[in-house]
Structures are given as C-alpha cells and as structure tokens.
Write a protein that binds this ligand. Structure first.
Ligand SMILES: CC(C)(COP(=O)(O)OP(=O)(O)OC[C@H]1O[C@@H](n2cnc3c(N)ncnc32)[C@H](O)[C@@H]1OP(=O)(O)O)[C@@H](O)C(=O)NCCC(=O)NCCS
Length: 207
C-alpha cells in the first residue's frame, strides 16, 4: 500500500538509505542538499526530523541554488512510503495569501527515488497531500515545473492542475524556462490542520 507519512525517527533509516544512493529532496540543489541532510542527521537527528514538519518556519533560512539565503516559509514535508521510502513531497505557504515570494517557485515540490519512478507514486502523493491542505486564505496552490519535465506536467494535470503561464525562473533559482500550473483546492477539505497525511486506514497500518 502506498501512503504519505509524517517524517519520524522510525522511518528515517530508509530515508538515509535513499540519500546515500544519490537521491535528493531538492530538485534544484541535488547533491548539496543531500549532503546537508546527511550532515544534519549526523549532528542532531531529533532536530532534523522535527524541522521537516515546520508550520512555524523555525528551521532557519533556505539556501537557493546560487548560494543566497532567503527567509523560510511555513511548510512541511511528507514521505512517500510503500513499505520503504519512495520519495518526498513538500508544501509551503505564505500565511493569509495565495501569493509566494519570487524566490519560491511553487507551493508544492516532490521527488521520487529513481528506482521507484513510473509507478504512479508522484501522482498519488500529490493527490493525497491536496486532500489534506487546509490553510486559511489558501484557495488554490501553484506548482511549477521545467518545460522539459513531462512527467511532472502529467503529475499536476492528473490532479486537476491547469496551465497558467510560461516564465523564466529567477537567476537565483537556475533561470530555466518554467511552466506554472494552478490547482483549486477541493471543497471537502480536512478540518484538522495537524492531520497526518494518510487515510485513516493507512494511518492505522503505518503506526
Ligand atoms: C517528476 C517525478 C516526480 C515523477 O514521479 P513518478 O512517480 O515517476 O510519476 P508517476 O509515476 O506518478 O507518473 C505520472 C505521469 O507521468 C508519466 N511519466 C512518468 N515518467 C515519465 C517520463 N520519464 N516521461 C514521460 N512521462 C512520464 C506517467 O506515465 C504518468 O502519466 P499518466 O498520468 O498519463 O499515467 C519524478 O520523475 C522525479 O522525482 N523527478 C526528479 C524530481 C522532479 O523533477 N520533481 C518535480 C519537480 S516540478
């Protein structure tokens, strides 16, 4: 069964295994981000896991691909899990608005480990995350993808994403030609802001 889980110490070894096999949670800073995560786990494993669920943006600045730093937005990561770690999906937002700073390309980002791609995991993960989002003032979310990232376009359109515009990403984020999609959030949203992002049945199995 495929589920999303809130990062925790129990599932961390599988996450570490993926980082050591050259998977990265960050598509724009691949090797650097993987190295940094391994270093932080080594330094203080409890703080590392805690900071992956960060609705108060307490984990310090975000480092951009060009090395510059910007203020972190509230956000959290969830891990894709099919019995082992499959990938990560992250969500961030600016309180009270649908807008994002120019240095944050979209509300949601995801990455599946290369050895589990093409199984529908990214599409399912986005669908599960969308069902659970319930942030006041956030009626839609934007997701961006490189023009060449056909798999990501399909992940988004497969979750009712609508093409909005083509633009050039800021130089600090790589400067690539990028597509922006928008997804209006479902009406039947969860009313539990701290809900684990799994179905009740899946949550029972995961615990
Ligand atoms: C993009 C990515 C997340 C897709 O993950 P995935 O789990 O393999 O995607 P899925 O299996 O859910 O596939 C979604 C759709 O894309 C299609 N697809 C998958 N890989 C594809 C590929 N290489 N080329 C074209 N289409 C592809 C699938 O057939 C499916 O299409 P369908 O909905 O018509 O059936 C994954 O390739 C990845 O992690 N890439 C690196 C990080 C990245 O680019 N993240 C997105 C940043 S915007």
């Amino acid at each position: 069964m495929f589920i999303l889980i809130k990062p925790d110490l129990e599932h961390l070894p599988s996450y570490v295994g993926a980082l050591k096999k050259d998977w990265s949670p960050n598509n724009l800073r691949t090797a650097e981000e993987a190295r940094e995560h391994l270093a932080k786990i080594e330094e203080d494993v409890a703080a590392f896991v805690d900071n992956l669920d960060d609705p108060e943006a307490k984990a310090g600045p975000v480092i951009l691909p060009d090395g510059s730093q910007v203020q972190r937005l509230p956000g959290y990561a969830r891990w894709m899990w099919d019995g082992e770690f499959c990938g990560a999906i992250g969500f961030r937002w600016k309180p009270g608005t649908t807008e994002l700073p120019p240095t944050c390309l979209g509300h949601i980002g995801y990455s599946v480990v290369p050895w589990k791609r093409g199984r529908g995991y990214a599409k399912q993960a986005l669908g599960l995350l969308l069902q659970q989002i319930d942030i006041p003032g956030l009626d839609f979310i934007d997701i961006t993808a490189d023009t060449s990232n056909i798999a990501s376009h399909k992940v988004i359109t497969g979750n009712n994403g609508v093409f909005i515009e083509r633009f050039t990403a800021p130089a600090s984020l790589g400067g690539k030609e990028t597509l922006r999609y928008r997804i209006h959030l479902p009406v039947g949203k969860s009313n539990r802001p701290d809900a684990q992002l799994v179905s009740p049945i899946a949550r029972k199995t995961a615990e």
